[in-house]
Design a protein around this ligand. Structure first.
Ligand code: ME8
Length: 521
């Protein structure tokens, strides 16, 4: 059986969940659900990143000890997962014993292989990013230096362990360039991000020479204690990104090669935001390769949302709360909008007008009405019983042309994380079906040609069943309701089942509206 291991970033528990958290996890959830419908054995992981100075500071500000603080905030991320309908198979917290054990085992392995050495670190550190920066990357305002991300930096000087990152960079470049499908290839998407990563590494090698200790990475800190202790030197805690990235193998059972879940490693895809690409495509595979562990196969970086044209920030007070959105518009419309509106991988704008346009135009008018008109006609004109499978006449050809290819087309798009294109493909089919129902006018056939009326309604039922089936990963609740209305049994909602028509005479329950329209201000 094919397997898929799909991950989201683990989220910092310094604050409550926002739209960015919901978005990355939603994309991962849709892919996980799709793969399950394809019959894959899926392991879908989410979790929280609970160590580091940033979280320690947030706990202090909240007047709580870090463990109590992380217990509380981590819970709000679990709630987000429930409210958003995420189908994750595990939820990892980096404060769990299994994770500390995995981090220490990875460290020990790296040390054993002479990939780590003790030195001294001096440099500019941004707590908000939990990252070091070079002086040439910084800007200065009012005597304060800032990282390119806008986070303030401070000079840090302390003893530190280093990871020999430099020596792995040429190997990473080689792997990014291997042909698609090569088992050692590290795939970075979209292409623009891949180019960025490659340029960044090449610049580093050009500036310092491959193998230079200047390219090595500081991976421990002594200035705070909220982290995983370095084995054998407890004055140090591990750099939070080494700790955090390791979650992906912890959950697969590392270091136990006999763990039931180890079969899932290497991960098929890490979903990340564009701001954390470097950590996932450079540091992470380098740590793994240095420890003799295969690297994840693919990293996909999505873009960032703005809110009504404005950058989202706490100081502007325009943070989008996903729970409030779901409360206001309902879960599935929000899930649909987030993946439909913006090409996955690009930045995009969240606006109420755009949301209303998509929901009213595509869900309520196009899909909702198509289903409602068809099912109401079957209810009224066919005594609520499914007409027999009918021959595909010339007039029906266009309806079926798109239909037969739909699953393959959506699968192709989703395998490339083209969520918006997948939805566009389904919506194009739905538009065709609306054209078909208008032209065939089955309501008028009742008086003129009952045989043809039955055929048209049966064809429409077949088409709507296919749309509902492929849309399940995007809108699980609403599509389950639609499949109920179509009388598709629960065990026949996978893609393979589309080949088996429902029997003639199947009783359909009375239809009910699936989507409600939103008032546009
Ligand atoms: O980075 N639009 O945690 P985090 C879209 N703990 N996505 C956004 C966004 C926006 N406006 N703002 C943030 C971390 N994000 C680390 C990850 S993984 C081993 C460790 C995304 O809580 C952002 O791109 O800061 C990132 O993927 C996530 O939300 C924020 O994660």
């Amino acid at each position: 059986m094919s397997r898929s291991y799909i991950t989201t970033p683990i989220y910092y528990v310094n604050d409550k969940p926002h739209i960015g958290h919901a978005y990355t996890s939603l994309a991962a959830d849709v892919l996980a659900r799709w793969k399950r419908l394809e019959g894959h054995e899926v392991f879908f992981l989410m979790g929280t990143d609970e160590h580091g100075q940033k979280v320690e500071k947030a706990a202090q500000d909240a007047g709580l000890d870090p463990q109590a603080f992380t217990d509380k905030v981590s819970q709000s991320f679990r709630e987000l997962a429930t409210v958003m309908g995420f189908s994750n198979d595990d939820f990892i917290r980096t404060t769990e014993p299994r994770h500390k054990a995995a981090c220490q085992a990875l460290w020990t392995e790296l040390a054993k292989r002479d990939e780590i050495y003790l030195g001294h670190y001096e440099g500019w550190y941004a707590v908000r990013d939990e990252a070091f920066y070079g002086l040439d990357e910084l800007t200065e305002r009012d005597g304060v230096k800032y990282a390119p991300s806008g986070a303030p930096v401070a000079w840090v000087k302390e003893p530190s362990y280093f990871f020999r990152l430099g020596k792995w960079l040429p190997e990473l470049l080689r792997r990014y360039d291997l042909p698609a499908g090569h088992p050692e290839r590290i795939d970075i998407a979209p292409e623009s991000r891949r180019n960025e990563v490659i340029a960044f590494i090449k610049q580093g090698i050009k500036d310092f020479g491959a193998d230079s200790p200047k390219l090595d990475l500081s991976i421990s800190r002594t200035s705070f204690t909220w982290g995983v202790k370095v084995p054998g030197d407890e004055a140090h805690v591990m750099y939070v990104w080494l700790d955090a990235l390791t979650n992906y193998i912890t959950a697969a059972g590392y270091p136990d090669a006999n763990a039931e879940r180890w079969k899932f490693w290497p991960a098929d895809i890490h979903f990340v935001g564009k701001d954390i690409v470097r950590f996932h495509t450079i540091y992470w595979p380098a740590f793994l390769l240095a420890a003799g562990i295969p690297a994840a196969k693919r990293v996909f970086a999505h873009g960032w949302w703005t809110n009504e044209g404005q950058k989202i920030s706490k100081s502007l007070g325009n943070v989008i709360d996903p729970l409030a959105l779901v409360e206001e518009y309902g879960l599935d419309p929000v899930r649909y909008f987030l993946l439909r509106e913006v090409p996955f991988g690009q930045d995009g704008d969240f606006s109420r007008a755009a949301l209303a346009r998509r929901l009213n135009g595509e869900l309520a008018d196009a899909l909702g009405n198509l289903a409602n008109r068809t099912l109401s006609l079957i209810q009224r004109n066919c005594e609520g019983k499914l007409p027999a499978v009918a021959e595909v006449a010339e007039a029906d050809a266009a309806l079926f042309a798109g239909l037969n290819a739909l699953v393959g087309e959506v699968a192709g798009q989703l395998n490339a994380q083209g969520f918006h294109l997948a939805l566009e493909a389904v919506m194009a089919a739905v538009r065709d079906a609306n054209g078909y129902i208008t032209v065939q006018a089955p309501w008028a056939l009742k008086k003129t040609d009952l045989v043809r009326m039955n055929a048209v309604l049966r064809h429409l039922h077949t088409a709507i069943r296919a749309y509902a089936t492929v849309l399940q990963p995007f809108m699980p609740g609403t599509m389950a309701a639609l499949l109920d209305q179509l009388a598709v049994p629960e065990d026949q909602r996978g893609f393979a089942a589309l080949a088996t028509p429902l029997p003639e005479g199947t009783a359909l329950p009375p239809p009910a509206p699936l989507f409600r329209k939103i008032e546009v201000a």
